[in-house]
Design a protein around this ligand. Structure first.
Ligand SMILES: [Zn+2]
Length: 95
């Protein structure tokens, strides 16, 4: 009996690990597997959409504070005003 509980818990943890890369997340997958059996939990996790993280770069001008999405070496607005300001590359994450 004890062994069955251990196997059940291990299965629930396994489903939770599968769920951590999904929208549903680790804790919710674990909770569902625990209360609705790991088989039901696995089915819910499989139907949950995958979490996708996008990285993009933004180019920030320290003088005028403007952000550019395309790659530039100097700020075109400050360049017009006679200043050659190198842009700072920043990583932006969106989900
Ligand atoms: Zn600027």
């Amino acid at each position: 009996m004890f062994l069955l509980i251990v196997i059940y818990l291990l299965l629930a943890v396994g489903v939770a690990f599968l769920g951590q890369n999904r929208k549903i997340g680790f804790t919710q997958s674990f909770g569902l597997s625990l209360f609705l059996t790991p088989i039901v939990g696995l089915m819910i996790v499989a139907h949950s959409t995958k979490k996708i993280t996008y990285f993009e770069y933004q180019y920030h001008c320290p003088r005028c504070g403007y952000n550019f999405t395309e790659e530039r070496s100097v700020c075109p607005y400050c360049e017009k005003a006679g200043h050659s300001i190198p842009l700072i590359r920043e990583e932006v994450t969106t989900t």
